[in-house]
Design a protein around this ligand. Structure first.
Ligand code: SAH
Ligand code: SF4
Ligand code: F3S
Length: 444
């Protein structure tokens, strides 16, 4: 029996790609092992979004160079593979497979070549209009399933590697997305997360011609599906119809992740984000004026070249106005091939760190206040696991807040929807108790 090990870095798109790759391998007669030491084939599905992410895979590969990699076949998949191409073989000579995400549908053939002893197998073609679909996907979570609806990116943000590592945008047909959603519901999944680098740029390539808001609304009508999430939305393609769809159907989670990157027009322009601060705020106003309360989260980059103190303050000001439920914040990291490399006035690392600290502290206070407002409220949680260390069940609310709670119910709650009263709030999570009286305690 041939064995494989796969470690995944990066975003949810990568996580889901790994589920598809694993499925394809199992279908080829491989079985998965937990430790790289035990595997014949060791795969790293890599991320290149920031330099730190890229370095991780090379330090992993380095560990094996010193000794215990003998007889194993090493493969680098994903965004570093696409970005570095054959250079990976120079940087890590024990690697035999380098394959970007646009070539995964060719993996079965590549495996055959590896098994035949070929030590330089590559899949680096980006000029494909294919999406990676396989009937063999092995999903890690039995209750929540990812569905990739659009791959690649047609934007050209000045700092970003994704257009180079994942190629041009390709949408799946609405029929294949709907069929997958229905199949998932039949096999017991209750939560679906629609994925794309810019999920709302979705354009149905079939004659049906659905836009993203239509697809979202239809997935929300699939019998058996209780929650639909989607990530990541791009402000440029964000339309009010998305908010209307969420308003019209409780099964569409009341959460929108809408990366701002900066609150300064000058920076947004140099980033080539294709929207102004006002455009962005208009999108958030649609969300804020919805009938349902919709949680908003975002991504921010600090220290982009030329970012002045005034630009940075404009971002802090946006945080005050938007009142994000949470945010991911990053120091700008210069990336290969990107236009931002040519911009003047780089911000020193130390100053980037200072700005990141200020931003995160401000956001922490906002989150603590927003979360504290929820003390005493009832929230619905999809239970993911039991934390033996704390004696609490862990799950997420529709707004995607983490809620840790205790329950007097004796049996396992994993996979069920439970009503929980919030008793305490921290900046990053809530604590509560399940509501146990009949009628209010809902378990499915
Ligand atoms: N397509 C999404 C985001 C994809 S990448 C969008 O356009 O919003 C996820 C996040 O990584 C980005 O939102 C951005 O905040 C961050 N990021 C991307 N490139 C970066 C870089 N070179 N340095 C620092 N952060 C970066
Ligand atoms: Fe990168 Fe911009 Fe595309 Fe997002 S929209 S993936 S930040 S290039
Ligand atoms: Fe990273 Fe590639 Fe995703 S660069 S964030 S794994 S698209």
């Amino acid at each position: 029996m041939k064995t494989f090990y796969i470690e995944t870095f990066g975003c949810q798109m990568n996580a889901h790609d790994s589920e598809k790759v694993s499925g394809a391998l199992v279908n080829q007669g491989y079985s998965e092992v937990e430790r790289p030491e035990d595997a014949d084939l060791v795969l790293y599905n890599t991320c290149s979004i920031r330099d730190k992410a890229e370095q991780k895979v090379f330090s992993r590969l380095q560990q094996f160079k010193r000794g215990n990699g003998n007889g194993k076949v090493f493969g680098v998949l994903g965004c570093v593979a696409q970005q570095e191409g054959e250079r990976v073989f120079e940087r890590a000579p024990h690697v035999s497979l380098v394959c970007g995400s646009a070539s995964y549908s060719k993996l079965p053939e590549m495996l055959v070549r590896l098994e035949a002893g070929d030590r330089r197998v590559t899949g680096l073609n980006l000029d494909t209009d294919e999406t990676f679909e396989t009937p063999f996907t092995r999903r890690d979570n039995p209750h929540r399933a990812y569905i990739t609806i659009i791959e690649g990116c047609d934007k050209a943000c000045a700092y970003c590697v994704v257009p180079f590592t994942r190629g041009p945008e390709r949408s799946r047909t609405s029929a294949s997305v709907m069929a997958e959603a229905a199949r998932l519901a039949e096999s017991g999944y209750t939560e679906i997360q629609l994925l794309g680098q810019n999920v709302n740029s979705y354009r149905d390539p079939s004659p049906a011609g659905w836009d993203f808001a239509t697809l979202l609304a239809r997935v929300g009508e699939v019998p058996g599906i209780r929650r639909v999430r989607f990530t990541t939305s791009h402000p440029r393609d964000f339309v009010k119809e998305i908010v209307d769809a969420i308003d019209a159907n409780e099964r569409l989670c009341n959460h929108v992740h809408l990366p701002a990157q900066s609150g300064s027009n000058a920076v947004l322009e140099r980033m080539q984000r294709l929207y102004s601060r006002d455009d962005y705020m208009r999108c958030l106003e649609w969300v804020k004026n919805a009938r349902r309360k919709i949680a908003i989260t975002t991504d921010i980059i600090v220290g982009f070249p030329g970012e002045t103190e005034a630009d940075f303050n404009a971002t802090l000001d946006l945080l005050d106005w938007a009142q994000y439920e949470s945010l991911f914040s990053f120091k700008y990291s210069p990336r290969p091939n990107t236009p931002a490399l040519r911009l003047d006035n780089p911000i020193p690392e130390e100053e980037k760190g200072r700005r990141l600290g200020i931003l995160q502290e401000k956001q922490r206070a906002i989150q603590l206040r927003l979360n504290s407002n929820l003390i005493g409220t009832l929230q619905e949680v999809l239970v993911e696991r039991y934390n033996t260390a704390t004696g609490q069940w862990v799950g997420h609310t529709p707004e995607n807040r983490t809620l840790n709670f205790t329950s007097s119910n004796g049996h396992s709650l994993v996979g069920s929807y439970v009503r929980v009263r919030v008793t305490r709030a921290g900046p990053n999570s809530l604590v509560g108790e399940s509501v146990a009286h009949p009628g209010a305690f809902q378990e499915t």
